[in-house]
Design a protein. Sequence first.
Length: 188
Amino acid sequence: MNQDILSILVNEEQIDAITTRIAAEIDRDYRASVEAGKKLLLLCILKGSVVFMGDLMKKITLPVEIDFMKVSSYGAGTASSGRVNILLDLHRRDLPDVDIIIIEDIIDSGRTLSYLIDYLKLKGANSVKTCTLLDKPERRDPALVGFHADYAGTTIPDEFVVGYGLDYNEQYRALPYVGILSPAVYTK
Ligand code: PRP
């Protein structure tokens, strides 16, 4: 185990079981829509979701397209407005024929996902659903209590987690598991 990791929260076997389960749920839920001619788009929110999406997409048997958006919240002072900066947008003209599943590594306050759902619906997507590997309900914005992803891996406590895409100062994203970062790393 990496020396900066206090303990492993979600190990490789558990992640594998999660991606297998969610892929089966997506296959089940979108088969009719795909057969009716709609396109299924997995929309990865950079950067943390890259690893999760890479594993998940391999297990979905329906034909899927992939795309990417990059967003950042406006920062502490204005974050409660629920708005986010769009740093890389989704550009396509056929959104009325597209069912989007937004892929996230983690839901924290919930602001990013709730904003993106509204944004992509306004852009005209046929449907917008959400999928997250990790959920930290304790951190939810008071205005978003009760907000959950349509597909969710596992709920975690309010710990500083890294690995499997998640970073601290851009480090630890390549770890194959989700672990709790040793406080010594971010208090020094
Ligand atoms: C994280 C995560 C989500 C968002 C969740 O991204 O990947 O996009 O924050 O937080 P919220 O529920 O409070 O909106 P981050 O800004 O750390 O970017 P990164 O994925 O590039 O590391």
